[in-house]
Design a protein around this ligand. Structure first.
Ligand code: ZN
Length: 282
């Protein structure tokens, strides 16, 4: 592994034509891409296409990293109480995939996780307990994996989230205290949180083990390629590099956002985004 910060792309089978990963990643690799992130959730659209894509990525020499289940109906609510064995049973087959790849690659894979969230009425303290017990369980059950707790998208409507602020993530990391647990800095979520660019503290920079990079449009919709300039990704990546971060900076897009874009514009935006991340961390 030559670079301390590698450049990744959050992969979904819809990005590639008939499973042809190579023609999709070739221009991105020329721009500096060396890793792919895969969400692990058997409720996802085209889930059966994920495993062959992971295989293709591995064969073509790309690094693999993962995102633990977090979308409904998956939920961590009750992990510290009566739902523990049910949730563990649901999560295990997904996390086992990351574990198998770690063994095949001979290198610890990073798995992104979110804190528990729910809708009102809920006591945030119970969400905190669910999250911390879950993190302890993950670290004990999968000692070969590295986990990164992501700062969440700010709550909407009656949502209750406990992992939105950087300080909240740092507090959870401090309470769990494990060298295999760091922060996933989602830079788009960070900007949406209070609509400003808050300078990161050295404490935050030192805990970041994984990054999600994406832009936010002027209406506040996130997970775009870096075309609006509303998220200071390049400047923040520079700070991470100075802080000697080791890990993957993943361009995390939502394909649906680009539905009406001409294909040439999509290709150019993806390649340019990867290139600007690579320039900063390479
Ligand atoms: Zn993210």
């Amino acid at each position: 592994m030559s670079n301390d910060i590698r450049v990744g792309f959050s992969m979904h089978p819809r990005w590639v034509d008939h499973g042809d990963l190579e023609s999709f990643v070739t221009p991105l690799r020329s721009a500096g891409l060396s890793a792919l992130e895969f969400e692990l959730d058997d409720h996802l659209d085209l889930w059966t296409d994920f495993a062959p894509l992971m295989e293709a990525a591995f064969r073509s020499g790309l690094e693999l990293c993962f995102h633990a289940p977090y979308r409904p109906p998956r939920s961590l609510v009750g992990f510290a109480a009566e739902r523990r064995s049910t949730i563990a049973r649901e999560y295990r087959p997904m996390l086992d995939i990351a574990e198998e790849w770690t063994q095949r690659r001979g290198e610890a894979s990073t798995v992104v996780v979110h804190a528990a969230r729910a809708r009102l009425p809920v006591d945030p303290r119970s969400l905190l307990a669910d999250t911390e017990v879950f993190l302890h369980w993950l670290l004990r059950t999968y000692p070969g994996l590295c986990f990164a707790l992501e700062n969440d998208h700010p709550p909407e409507g009656d949502e209750v989230k406990i992992g939105v602020e950087r300080e909240a993530i740092l507090a959870m990391l401090a309470s769990v205290q494990n060298a295999h647990l760091g922060a996933c800095w989602d830079m788009g979520h960070d900007v949406l949180r209070n609509k400003t660019e808050e300078e990161p503290t050295p404490a935050w920079l030192s805990k970041v083990a994984h990054v999600h990079v994406h832009d936010v449009d002027n209406a506040g919709k996130d997970h775009y390629p870096l075309v609006f300039g509303n998220v200071p990704c390049v400047r923040w990546l520079r700070l991470l590099r100075k802080a000697k971060m080791k890990g993957i900076a993943v361009l995390e897009l939502q394909g649906g956002r680009l539905m009406n874009w001409p294909i040439e514009k999509i290709t150019a935006a993806l390649t340019d985004s990867v290139a600007s991340i690579a320039r900063e961390v390479g």
